[in-house]
Design a protein around this ligand. Structure first.
Ligand code: SF4
Ligand code: SF4
Length: 299
């Protein structure tokens, strides 16, 4: 048992994996070098895309749904697993492998990755991993560093091509993934989740829809009174109608407001006034009822 009384198995699987990796691997910086090559000529080509745990971020899901031309709801149902763990404070989404014996990734083809330009962040980064050393007091994480994953079965490590970590990252076009990944990490490591513990099922669903299931979040944003109640710039509303990244950005703001209690949204003056008037009406109605009731009693 650990100091906090939880069993070692307890905890968010992403954090547990990261902690295990930190124990076993050397920390690398952007200028550190490694040798690696992955191409159809290596005899292990395609073998690493089976029976593998790939955690998907909201941005991974966004890119893949756009690539496949399907809704997030359909994508999540068909291609993902949503493991539930008692210590999870925010959703965990895993890419679901096919059910054949070898459990290949559903996007694997004879020629390699069938969604290559939109492949998820972990597939881009491999064999380089990214970790952060420890939580800071404000809920953000401390030092960032890289490490090298060197499975024996991966013959790419025997190739002569040399890279610095930075060259590798540039070649894999991870910038947008990194930006969204950082924003999501910051959100999911928000101090609120540490203080409050588990989310209620309805708040967990809200979090999930606003980050991963943008189809459902779109229905909520445009099919409810939300945009009448909050002051959202009309350019931003227009962007959200046509652009999933804008909608995801709004989703992060919404979670910070509706779950974490941050002032990221402003209630419209008219909505505020309507609420005030309705409250006043209710108070007046209560008063008039209570002033009527003693007369009734005395009759
Ligand atoms: S998404 Fe592409 S790179 Fe990633 S596991 Fe599947 S086939 Fe391999
Ligand atoms: S095992 Fe390594 S070298 Fe082989 S295909 Fe996978 S990443 Fe490339």
């Amino acid at each position: 048992m650990s100091d906090d009384g939880k069993s070692p198995e307890a905890g968010d699987p992403r954090k547990l994996l990261e902690e295990k990796i930190l124990e076993d691997h050397a920390r690398l910086g952007p200028k550190d070098k490694f040798k690696f090559g992955c191409h159809p000529g290596v005899s292990c080509f395609n073998t690493c895309c089976s029976d593998v745990n790939i955690f998907l971020s909201p941005y991974d899901v966004l890119r893949l749904t756009e690539r496949l031309g399907i809704t997030s709801t359909d994508f999540l149902e068909k291609y993902t697993l949503l493991p539930v763990h008692r210590d999870m404070t925010t959703p965990v989404v895993l890419l679901k492998m096919n059910e054949d014996e070898a459990k290949p990734c559903p996007f694997l083809t004879e020629n390699g990755c069938g969604v290559y330009t939109d492949r998820p962040w972990p597939c881009r980064m491999y064999p380089v991993g990214l970790a952060t050393s420890k939580d800071t007091e404000d809920g953000w994480r401390g030092e960032r560093f890289y490490f090298l994953l060197e499975e024996e079965s991966c013959l790419g490590h025997q190739e002569a091509k040399e890279w610095t970590i930075q060259e590798w990252l540039d070649g894999q076009e991870v910038d947008a993934y990194d930006e969204w990944g950082e924003a999501y990490k910051e959100l999911s490591l928000h101090k609120f989740f540490e203080d409050i513990g588990d989310l209620t099922p309805s708040k967990m669903e809200m979090f999930f829809n606003a980050t991963y299931d943008l189809q459902k979040f779109r229905e909520f944003v445009f099919g409810s009174t939300l945009l009448e109640r909050f002051d959202v710039h009309e350019d931003f509303i227009h962007q959200m109608q046509t652009n999933n990244e804008a909608l995801l950005r709004f989703g992060f703001l919404w979670i910070r407001f509706a779950i974490c209690g941050e002032p990221t949204m402003k209630v419209r003056a008219e909505a505020e006034q309507a609420v005030q008037e309705s409250l006043e009406k209710r108070v007046l109605s209560k008063k008039s009822k209570s002033s009527e009731s003693p007369q009734k009693d005395s009759q």
